[in-house]
Write a protein of this length. Structure first.
Length: 155
């Protein structure tokens, strides 16, 4: 809405701020918005099962399994390679194969059973995967009779 200017025919802005602006006038403040309805949070809108997933790489599960196998053995023989693990993961099921070197004579069955239990429990605990089977390959047996004592010399 404009009012006529007494000095001429040029319209000038009305004080209520609804008319045209003249050059040099300050910009009008934006109209105050009305109250907004609260936006639902994104997390609340999507059920937890549909928000996404975490994928743990096979090599990470293999490292967990190898470390657990090393913890399960009562003592490591001298000059022995640490346990090595290979893992195949399908969904939340991990199939584990452990390669070990063990002392001989010892109760090999009991040591392998301890490794199986520890590896399955640790992978389930840390990675959240079920481990239906743990295959163990005994790569090498180290005889306690053939290992030189610290006081003996080999010729």
């Amino acid at each position: 809405m404009t009012t006529p200017d007494p000095d001429g025919p040029t319209p000038r802005p009305v004080p209520d701020g609804t008319g045209p602006r003249a050059a040099g006038d300050a910009p009008r403040p934006p109209a105050a918005p009305g109250p907004r309805p609260p936006r639902p949070s994104r997390a609340a809108a999507v059920p937890p099962a549909e928000r996404g997933s975490t994928r743990i790489a096979d090599r990470v599960v293999a490292k967990i399994a190898a470390r657990a196998a090393g913890e399960a053995l009562p003592r490591a023989p001298r000059d022995v390679a640490p346990p090595h693990a290979t893992v195949t993961v399908h969904h939340d099921i991990a199939r584990v194969r452990i390669s070990l070197e063990l002392d001989y004579p010892s109760d090999l069955g009991a040591e392998c059973a301890a490794v199986r239990r520890t590896v399955a429990a640790r992978v389930e605990e840390l990675a959240g995967m079920t481990v239906p089977e743990v295959d163990i390959d005994v790569e090498r047996l180290h005889s306690t009779h053939t290992q030189p004592s610290p006081r003996s010399r080999l010729r």
